[in-house]
Ligand binder design. Structure first.
Ligand SMILES: Cc1ncc(COP(=O)(O)O)c(C=O)c1O
Length: 359
């Protein structure tokens, strides 16, 4: 058995891969497969509507929010957010919780005056920025957070109190892994390639009143307002990725929805963090307990000289893509929804045995 612990693009559920092969790569009576039909036609429009309704159900999205399926990754949103949300203001607030929030901030800084309202401590043990009531500059258009830092392995234990300032969240590595109270946010967005489907699609859930902020001069494909008005079809959307996303949403609903995903996610994370804790210091988790990501589990070997041996033997045991991010080194195991508990158990078992042999 081979297990893929990649941080993304990530494993899709087996049943989704099988259904996608059947639905996407077979021609129908009209001589066209699902991604060879016009995006304006009834087949794709009903698929898109099914995806939207299913996602709204899974997340219990309130009626005054719009769901957009946009081309590109979360990084495009790093720029589209200020373009759409600044309105008359030039200021936006960002919390620095690690790698991805800093990249979001760097892009926003090209278009807005960015204030860092909270920072993670920087030294180990690593932690999310302290929450509570954050202080914002006057006329701050929005406040951006990254609830789960994919690279650093840090997750916020609680949301900040932003008062009237709309909270915007990059949920790329956490969306659909647990219920989320969408009403607490102005915008929630996520690149598809972790828990939604193939790369090339980003889901943006935006509170309706914020759509008015999109400037008229913004190019139509970049405008949340235009995309909402055109049902995410200002131009040809990433049809294949949306089709696979619809299959993933069906799979989630068939498997108990987000409450069931949250239970499974906790169990998987406990397996791997348990192996770290039980190793008596052979493995080290750099993030403070309570702030550890349940999905991107970061750890290293107390003796870094063993890292390559660990990775080589893990591969031989069918445990793939465990190398940490290129900037931080060490090891990282990502346990998205499609990773069965058996995968986490296989990793935990391998870690215990490796520690016994080399400890
Ligand atoms: C939290 C977070 N934000 C943004 C991104 C960037 O996504 P993309 O490469 O799809 O633009 C990633 C990718 O891993 C991520 O984990």
């Amino acid at each position: 058995m081979a297990w893929n612990f990649a941080a993304g693009p990530a494993r899709l559920p087996d049943a989704v891969l099988a259904r996608a092969a059947d639905e996407l790569f077979r021609r129908g009576a009209d001589g066209a497969s699902a991604s060879e039909r016009p995006f304006t036609g009834p087949a794709f429009r009903s698929l898109l509507e099914r995806a939207r309704c299913r996602l709204a159900e899974l997340l219990a999205v309130p009626a005054d929010y719009r769901i957009l399926f946009l081309a590109g990754g979360a990084m495009q949103q790093f720029s589209l957010l200020p373009m759409n949300l600044l309105g008359a203001s030039r200021r936006a607030a960002y919390a620095d919780s690690g790698y991805w929030s800093r990249r979001a901030m760097a892009e926003a800084g090209k278009l807005a005056e960015v204030t860092v309202v909270a920072r993670h401590p920087g030294e180990q043990p690593l932690a999310a920025p302290p929450t509570g009531r954050w202080a914002f500059p006057a006329d701050c258009a929005y406040c951006h957070i990254t609830p789960n830092e994919t690279v650093d392995g840090i997750a916020y234990p609680a949301l900040p109190d932003c008062g009237e300032v709309p909270l915007v969240a990059d949920c790329t590595s956490s969306l659909l892994m647990a219920p989320l109270d969408v009403a607490k946010f102005g915008v929630v967005y996520a690149s598809a390639q972790k828990n939604i489907g193939p790369a090339g699609l980003t889901v943006v859930i935006v509170r309706e009143d914020l759509l008015e902020r999109s400037p008229a001069e913004l190019p139509a494909p970049f405008s949340y307002r235009h995309q909402a008005a055109e049902g995410s079809c200002v131009n040809t959307p990433p049809m294949q990725a949306i089709h696979v996303a619809a299959l993933v949403f069906d799979w989630l609903a068939e498997h108990g929805g987000l409450a069931a995903m949250a239970v499974a996610s906790r169990r998987k994370a406990e397996r791997v963090y348990g192996a770290i804790e039980a190793s008596g210091g052979f493995y080290v988790a750099p993030v403070l307990a309570g702030h550890r990501s349940p999905v991107n589990i970061r750890f290293h070997l107390a003796n870094p000289a063993l890292t390559e041996v660990f990775l080589c033997q893990a591969e031989a045991a069918g445990l793939h893509h465990l190398r940490g991010h290129r900037q931080l080194g060490g090891l990282r195991a990502s346990l998205y929804n499609a990773m069965p508990e058996a995968g986490a158990l296989a990793l935990a078992g391998f870690m215990a045995e490796f520690a016994r042999l080399y400890g």
